[in-house]
Design a binder for this molecule. Structure first.
Ligand code: ADP
Length: 403
């Protein structure tokens, strides 16, 4: 049984075709720069295996339909593909960013689900239209193959109201649905289940703090297997410092910048999302480049690193207070899985919370997971490789089995 997972963004489509019996990735790829003068598609057959074969296409890609047509062509290519006909695929699982408060459980796509995704565009303005385009094109190109929507906000819907309501006039919540939604939910959910499995606990017995540190970064506090708080908010701009996003700042900075510079709200929003965070401080947003610059004595790169780790450490402290008891701190995603310096920086000085890292273990490389806590640490510390595609594919199969 093969499931195609689609993550359709505003100018990109990421895809992965998974064999559900073996968990093997049959093919994966990304269509990029849709709608720009020059686009590209990078496709891999059997990625990460000896049989890996890849192909890159560079050409203008006008819209999502053209991008999907190209990827369908490669998935069915006799040399580079994985299926003879798209009809062989059991189902398509779509990552959808924002389902709001009513539509967050994964579900088989029908017209009502599409209408609801459309209705949530105001609270997911960049992603929801692209997610919808991905669904509609997939329906057109794969008639008869069931499509399932899996929402990035689902895992966080268990937050209690004191965690998700902002201290604004209450009508902002009632009328405009302004609240904390949180994102990266599929990753947090997968990692919480993995951590429970690794620790030999039922998911409902586990209290943990998860740090998903990639291009975007978010933390979640998980109590008895359920999310009780998360660092991203109405949008993914909130929380810790990220590659190009500022994370939490004094909200009065926005009108202040507008008055001082004459910049408009949209322009400021773009600056906070794309020119801030690590990039804003030192000009670089890839942590590997930042380490290389630090090694050469670059002061700004050093500052960016210290700010990044300090802000994550503060969230860990806050979530300790929110949870009371913490069984494990878990690192995941690009930086969390691969960067021992960031992990060490984040955990520095947390011994009084019972968190002690083992430097030798931390220097190791995680396969599916690894333990980096010292034997005397009261709180476990894990590195777990996230797999959002597998989680979406499993969810897709479950939804179709039960409907
Ligand atoms: P996304 O949020 O786009 O899914 P990822 O989880 O793949 O991102 O994380 C991408 C980021 O991970 C990169 O920007 C880079 O900073 C970081 N990263 C990847 N590999 C390493 C590594 N070996 N060491 C440090 N950072 C890394």
């Amino acid at each position: 049984m093969q499931v195609l997972v689609i993550n359709s963004g505003s100018s990109s489509i990421k895809y992965q075709l998974l064999n559900m019996e073996t968990r093997a990735v049959m093919a994966s790829g990304v269509v990029e720069r849709i709608g720009e003068p020059m686009g590209s598609l990078t496709h891999k057959k059997a990625p990460g295996t000896d049989a890996e074969a890849r192909k890159t296409i560079e050409q203008p890609i006008a819209d999502h339909k053209q991008g999907m047509n190209l990827l369908v062509g490669l998935l069915t290519d006799p040399e580079l593909g994985a299926v003879a006909d798209m009809g062989e695929i059991y189902a398509v699982g779509h990552r959808v960013l924002q389902g709001g408060e009513t539509l967050y459980m994964p579900m088989a796509v029908d017209d009502a689900v599409k209408d609801a995704i459309r209705a949530n565009i105001p609270i997911g303005p960049l992603h929801n239209p692209a997610n919808l385009a991905g669904i509609e094109v997939a329906q057109e190109l794969m008639p008869g193959v069931p499509q399932v929507a899996v929402f990035d906000t689902e895992f966080h819907q268990t937050m209690p109201r004191e965690a998700f309501i902002y201290p604004l006039p209450y009508e902002m919540y009632e009328r405009h649905r302004i609240r904390r939604y949180g994102f990266h939910g599929t990753s947090h959910k997968f990692v919480a289940k993995e951590a429970a499995r690794i620790l030999g606990k039922a998911p409902a017995e586990l209290n943990c703090i998860i740090a998903h540190l990639g291009n975007g970064c978010s933390l979640s506090a998980v109590k008895a297997g359920r999310c009780v708080d998360t660092s991203m908010g109405l949008t993914p701009l909130a929380g810790v410092m990220m590659g190009t996003r500022c994370g939490d700042i004094d909200p009065a900075i926005i009108p202040f910048i507008a008055e001082q510079t004459g910049m408009g709200v949209k322009e400021i929003d773009a600056m906070l999302n794309k020119q801030s965070g690590l990039k804003g401080i030192c000009g670089m947003n890839d942590m590997r480049d930042i380490h290389a610059a630090r090694a050469k004595g670059d002061e700004r790169a050093q500052l960016a690193f210290e700010m990044f780790t300090y802000r994550i450490r503060k969230y860990i402290g806050a979530y300790f207070a929110a949870l009371g008891r913490v069984d494990a701190v878990v690192f995941t995603a690009g930086i969390g899985e691969n960067d021992p310096d960031v992990r060490a920086g984040v955990l520095e000085g947390l011994e009084n919370l019972g968190i002690v890292m083992d430097p030798a273990a931390n220097a190791g490389r995680a396969g599916e997971w690894m333990r980096i806590a010292a034997p005397e640490s009261r709180v476990d510390v894990l590195v777990v490789r996230t797999n959002e595609e597998l989680e979406i594919a499993r969810t897709t199969v479950e939804v179709l089995r039960t409907t």
